[in-house]
Ligand binder design. Sequence first.
Ligand code: NAG
Ligand code: NAG
Ligand code: NAG
Ligand code: NAG
Ligand code: NAG
Ligand code: NAG
Length: 595
Amino acid sequence: MKLVHVILLLLCFYSSVCKFTSTSDTPQEDLLDRKCLTEKYTHLSCNKVFCQPWQKCVDRTCTCKLPYQCPKNGTTVCSTNGKSYPTYCQQKSFECLRPQAKFLNNGTCTAEGQFSVSLKYGKTDSEGIVEVKLVDQDKKVFICKNTWSMTQANVACLDLGFQQGALDTEGSFLTSEDITTNDTECLNVHCRGLETSLAECTFTKAMTNGYQELASVVCYTQNADSPTNGLFQCVNGKYIPEKRACNGINDCGDQSDELCCKGCQGESFLCKSGVCIPQQYKCNGEVDCITKDDEIGCEAAGHLRTQAIAFVPQEKMEILTADMDAERKRIKSFLPKLSCGVKDNTHVRRKRVVGGKSAHLKEFPWQIAIKDDDKITCGGIYIGGCWILTAAHCVRVSKIHRYQIWIALLNWFKPNSELKIQSVNRIIIHENYSGTTYQNDIALIEVKKRPNQRECVLPHSIPACVPWSPYLFQPGDTCIVSGWGREKDNEKVYSLKWGEVKLIGNCSKFYGKRYYEKEMQCAGTKDGSIDACKGDSGGPLVCTDVNNVTYVWGIVSWGENCGKPEFPGVYTRVATYFDWISNHVGRSLISQYNV
Ligand SMILES: *[C@@H]1O[C@H](CO)[C@@H](O)[C@H](O)[C@H]1NC(C)=O
Ligand SMILES: *[C@@H]1O[C@H](CO)[C@@H](O)[C@H](O)[C@H]1NC(C)=O
Ligand SMILES: *[C@@H]1O[C@H](CO)[C@@H](O)[C@H](O)[C@H]1NC(C)=O
Ligand SMILES: *[C@@H]1O[C@H](CO)[C@@H](O)[C@H](O)[C@H]1NC(C)=O
Ligand SMILES: *[C@@H]1O[C@H](CO)[C@@H](O)[C@H](O)[C@H]1NC(C)=O
Ligand SMILES: *[C@@H]1O[C@H](CO)[C@@H](O)[C@H](O)[C@H]1NC(C)=O
């Protein structure tokens, strides 16, 4: 038994006295992407994050799945409403729909046993030293400080009913009472940060911490603090010190402080999508960045690529509860997977890329040609099923019977043996397409199923993936445009040509008001040597991610002249139209994740 007189009450909130020592001198202004912040992204924004396995993405937002939509594989879990559910996913999806019933424990419900969190020695109900009672134990135990952070503090406060989570984890509480704890006993807890109850986190017994090493928390209440300078306002309304944004730690509780970053500080990793994740998520065997760059180069960097969880229980630690984070990962592996954008490259010898090169059949398995009467007039992109994406200006519904879809074509003057021709069943043009401004220059073509075909697949074709987020690729990324368009000198081209171009950020400087940032994407080369031209229209601008998966990032739309550097090619920005495409072709056909 120890007698503790903690006099130190350094609530290190937003006082300037309390500099966060680890921060660099970089002004925060440089780390935050202000334009992105106006989008108010949170942990539920599918543009920035993967949804939880019990959620699906609807209209760019992670929404609750219905329990039957969960994978069936799993073991029973018990909820605080006393009911057992067949899987963790089902329990979480019920909870997502009706937030009262939270996770209690792995296994079926038993008569006795509740989990509880309480705060002790605080001056108010919203603060104190954290104590928990695990389901299968009768006494309350303190939490150790050494693994305690905002991540777990937010979960604890949420569990206690503070919707905006924690204000701080610093705070030693002035008390004259005795803390009657056995100094060899406290629990370490590990959370991911998006749990709704501490019961979902993993508890391990720690034996080596002294009594002074107990975790405490101050939960966030409405009257906690009024905004002053240097504060970051989370999307959930909470204020945090701006210095804590973009550090990989979900201080806000809704992750909004980590989703619009140009750089990351502290122990964190910057995803190409502008999201900071904890450094320990890099090379942990689970893809956390939507751009997948956290799981690249892991062997080379000497990271251990184990299935091991982010925390590694050290010696003398005994795991007391089920690892529901591992279960979450396992559930993800049962979700349906989509095959797109991966070429069958076995026999392709890739030539050095210079530009305007002739293509091999297997290099552009999503490329199709649209023939109108006796000419190839436009290109198109196969996206799966019977569906082809093209430019709205390429097709007219009234001419549907005149179009032929040429599949696996390389040279239309000397057609190759693989060539297949199919007719068109339906054309869907974007309702807001404008032939004068070229806004929404996008259309879908449904090819006719061939007789005896049960499911529609195009021969010799592989669909390109449809990008679901505008953050999958960035200005400066190198992508590939392909088509049968004319050369600069207006000379006809018979064989499929391709070339590399770079995505260009804001094209208003070239085209002024004719360029609509959200709907269009510019791409070109410094010297203009590679460009889309007349006849390429409707064809693909594809970009390839770190895993060599190919996305149709743009549809060749318009441009001034051809091959002039001051007039880069303009493409329809396909990511903007993900929902439009999904509504017409069906979510399951094009959704790689979040289904
Ligand atoms: C899921 O469960 C089914 C039936 O219990 C089983 O056949 C299947 O192999 C399981 N899937 C995986 C990936 O374990
Ligand atoms: C303290 O821990 C030791 C070892 O686990 C145990 O033997 C002892 O009974 C504990 N004391 C109290 C007061 O809990
Ligand atoms: C939950 O308990 C079952 C047995 O009751 C076990 O097979 C399973 O691995 C446990 N799940 C987790 C995540 O520990
Ligand atoms: C077309 O524009 C109208 C008016 O701005 C808008 O309400 C509608 O949602 C747009 N349609 C699509 C598919 O974006
Ligand atoms: C793009 O550039 C134009 C003019 O150069 C500017 O007015 C506009 O705000 C910029 N847009 C973005 C999104 O940066
Ligand atoms: C992607 O392809 C390139 C070139 O074909 C290859 O060098 C690289 O290893 C591939 N990357 C992955 C992650 O497969």
